[in-house]
Design a binder for this molecule. Structure first.
Ligand SMILES: *Cc1c(COP(=O)(O)O)cnc(C)c1O
Length: 489
């Protein structure tokens, strides 16, 4: 399979190279131009287990890896590391279905992809004959950092540094990161906000390139990497198979998915699945008050020049959704000049308008919806009171869209976090005053609802703090250069 840059069809690489490089030299994202060429038959996975389905779907998308290699990678990424070997179970809640993506080692949906990415990178490096270490730099607003640490710890040939905003993540998220074990991991607080950390990381990449240092390669674990997107395609297939197995639908019936959306990776994976032949009717893009995607899907105008809101669903607080670029590439039939033009307008003017053809094709599949924090909290309470199902703030945003949409087709809501990842908001929604200490709030929720605290979160308060570094935002590049120079961490 040949992957091309969304900004230049002449930049072509194979799938192993696309995973190892992460982003194309021209700033574009690696993409297939035609999914029908994969000849994937969704009916062939309906009887398979989740892990077998993962092997098939990933093997189709990333065909430089042999069946045997993919089998071993899937096993080591997932077997025994999730709460259930089904990995991402589907639960019926009222008239809708919830696809639980948070049953992984850090109770975040990013576990699904970040368990697999390190294996793909290591195997990819081996295939390409790369011997030097890769150092992964990640800035996190909370969830990605821990999921990446968990995925990359103790992986040979790869080291990882995670930067988080000092005081800008929840107590639980901080505890998850600073207690991370492993001899190849490093976690550092930055005095500043998430944007400062992210800008610092971008600057460190640039400074590293300029320095000519060739001791290691730098790479990133964020969702522009095709190796992070591909594992997310799998659960659209398994969710469909699950509805067939439980008799809710017949083979061939089209279903909807509602996706709580930030960087547009998760929902794009749904579009990949549809493009590979899965019977999907609508993909509903659910946003919080940062509703730039809602406006885009309704009008064809993407305009980032607007107020940024900090919401109760922070993983969706995003004004530039990187993976949208890949959708534009597909909807323009692989017209990289057109896509490069839109991206140039976005960076220079903060705004672009897509062609009528793209808008029409976009609206054939995508529907947009959004809600604010007050409605998010109401929805948590409504779903809990009526159906006895406890969901987190991000899932609630999607649930609202499913309830309001009153769709004819069976509709699956993607649930992206455990309610225990955002305990203060969840308890508040249920009408109880939360304790000052976030760990006590988890106990309050458990007592009130009987929903068990995930094991990985319950013991955190007692675990030893292993990472105490704190730096100023303008020290980030120096910190990276110093760490890169060290033989052992
Ligand atoms: C990352 C994340 C999202 C958004 O997913 P995208 O792929 O960036 O659209 C939604 N919910 C939670 C809890 C997340 O961590």
């Amino acid at each position: 399979m040949i992957y091309q840059s969304t900004r230049n069809n002449n930049e072509k690489v194979n799938s192993a190279r696309a995973v190892v490089k992460g982003i194309a030299d021209d700033g574009g994202l690696y993409m297939l131009s035609d999914f029908s060429a994969l000849n994937f038959d969704y009916k062939s996975i309906l009887e398979l287990s989740t892990m077998e389905t993962a092997e098939k779907v990933l093997g189709a998308l990333l065909d430089d890896f042999s069946d045997e290699e993919m089998h071993l990678m899937v096993e080591s990424a997932y077997r025994g590391r999730f709460e259930t070997d089904e990995l991402t179970p589907v639960v019926k809640v009222g008239d809708n279905f919830v696809l639980e993506l948070f049953r992984g080692p850090t109770s975040a949906f990013k576990d699904v992809a970040l368990s697999m990415l390190p294996r793909l990178m290591t195997k990819g490096r081996e295939k390409l004959g790369i011997n030097k270490d890769t150092v992964i730099l990640t800035a996190t607003s909370g969830d990605t950092g821990k999921a990446a640490l968990e995925g990359f710890h103790d992986v040979d040939g790869i080291r990882i540094i995670v930067f988080y905003p000092n005081g800008g993540v929840s107590a639980v998220q901080k505890a998850q990161m600073v207690t991370q074990e492993g001899n190849n991991v490093c976690v550092c607080a930055v005095n500043g906000n998430f944007d400062d950390a992210q800008t610092g990381v971008k600057n460190a990449f640039a400074a590293f390139k300029k320095s000519g240092c060739d001791k290691v390669e730098l790479s990133s674990a964020n969702s522009i990497n095709i190796g992070r997107l591909a594992p997310q395609v799998v659960y659209y297939f398994t969710a469909y198979a699950s509805l067939v197995k439980s008799g809710e639908i017949s083979v061939g019936d089209e279903i909807n998915f509602v996706v709580p959306t930030g960087n547009f990776g998760d929902i794009l994976a749904g579009y990949f699945a549809k493009s590979m032949g899965l019977p999907v009717n609508k993909l509903i893009c659910a946003s919080n008050a940062n509703n730039v995607l809602t406006d885009f899907i309704n009008t064809g105008v993407y305009d980032r020049r607007r107020e940024f809101f900090k919401t109760l669903s922070p993983s969706m607080d995003i004004l530039v959704s990187s993976n949208l670029e890949r959708l534009l590439y597909l909807l323009s039939d692989g017209n990289s000049e057109e896509v490069a033009g839109y991206m140039k307008e976005l960076s220079e003017k903060g705004c672009y308008k897509v062609s009528d053809t793209i808008l029409k094709r976009l609206q054939e599949t995508f529907i947009a919806a959004y809600c604010d924090d007050a409605v998010t909290l109401q929805t948590i309470k409504e779903v809990y009171d009526r159906d006895g199902y406890l969901c987190d703030t991000h899932t609630a945003v999607a649930f609202r869209a499913a309830l309001d949409g009153k769709y004819q087709n069976k509709t699956v809501v993607l649930s992206t976090a455990s309610p225990y990842k955002f305990p203060v908001a969840v308890l508040t929604a249920l009408g109880v005053t939360p304790d000052q200490n976030e760990f006590r709030v988890m106990d309050q929720i458990e007592q009130l609802t009987g929903v068990a605290i995930p094991k990985n979160l319950s013991g955190l308060e007692q675990k030893a703090v292993l990472h105490k570094d704190v730096i100023e935002k303008d020290e980030l590049t120096d910190y990276v250069m110093k760490k890169v120079a060290e033989e052992k961490w």
